[in-house]
Design a protein around this ligand. Structure first.
Ligand code: ADP
Ligand code: ADP
Length: 216
């Protein structure tokens, strides 16, 4: 199965993609995680991406294209959940071409719908583990007590001003992909409000009706 998980910053894409990895044996491919890792290791891509990420802008399409395509190829083009990719019309078109070239297809685009006030609350309370990249929420998904609290930090781009930039970049550049995928009959809207397991159950039911089981 190949899925895209789509939605504004803070909608819960990473959280739900992580659960799909755990429970459906999909491999989560998060361009955000790949880019942050590259920044941490100060690779050429990381150095190029840094100023964009920190200001809340998108990293140039060309850079992200290679990262995403290589990650999909590493999984033999199978059983992936793309988290945070594509994010522009050009990225979506490239992905469509890439899939066609490899004779594969996306099964569904799960669009997590969450109002702005909930997004702002979720991002202001999001914390990450500096070393593992694991994501938490101070109230809804707190770090376990045995985790060293000094390693639990707020992402630089989760500061309120950068969140505002990311939301407006999302509206301008990423939201139009809803139409792109609706026209291709792939878009599945999921209510992203409520607790984490409730949202996951909605995803599971949507997949049950949407993605046909393999033929016996
Ligand atoms: P969030 O999950 O909060 O939406 P991500 O962790 O997915 O944020 O992404 C963090 C940042 O990494 C983005 O603001 C952007 O700068 C960069 N990024 C991630 N994915 C892409 C992409 N597909 N295209 C361009 N930039 C990206
Ligand atoms: P995204 O990848 O879309 O930016 P995340 O998965 O990182 O979003 O979630 C943003 C924040 O909200 C994190 O702190 C996460 O723990 C929390 N979160 C995710 N889903 C829910 C939910 N259903 N209810 C409450 N908090 C949530």
């Amino acid at each position: 199965m190949r899925l895209i998980i789509f939605g504004p910053p803070g909608a819960g894409k990473g959280t739900q993609a992580g659960l799909l990895e755990e429970r459906q044996d999909l491999v989560q491919i998060s361009t955000g995680d790949i880019i942050r890792e590259a920044m941490k290791n100060e690779t050429p891509v990381g150095k190029e991406a840094k100023s964009y990420v920190e200001s809340g802008e998108l990293v140039p399409d060309e850079v992200v294209r290679k990262l995403a395509e290589n990650a999909i190829a590493d999984e033999d083009y199978d059983d992936v959940v793309l988290d945070g990719y594509p994010r522009t019309t050009q990225q979506a078109e490239w992905l469509t071409t890439f899939m066609e070239e490899h004779d594969i297809a996306i099964d569904a685009v799960l669009s997590l719908e969450v109002p702005d006030d909930v997004i702002v609350e979720r991002l202001s309370r999001r914390r990450v583990h500096e070393e593992t990249g694991e994501t938490y929420h101070l109230d809804h998904d707190p770090p376990p007590e045995d985790v060293d609290s000094d390693l639990i930090v707020q992402r630089e781009d989760d500061q309120p001003e950068t969140v505002r930039t990311r939301l407006s970049v999302y509206r301008e550049e990423t939201q139009p992909l809803e139409d792109y995928y609706a026209e291709r009959d792939l878009l599945v809207s999921i209510d992203g409000q409520g607790d984490i397991d409730e949202v996951y159950s909605r995803i599971e039911s949507a997949l049950d009706t949407r993605v046909a089981p393999p033929e016996a």
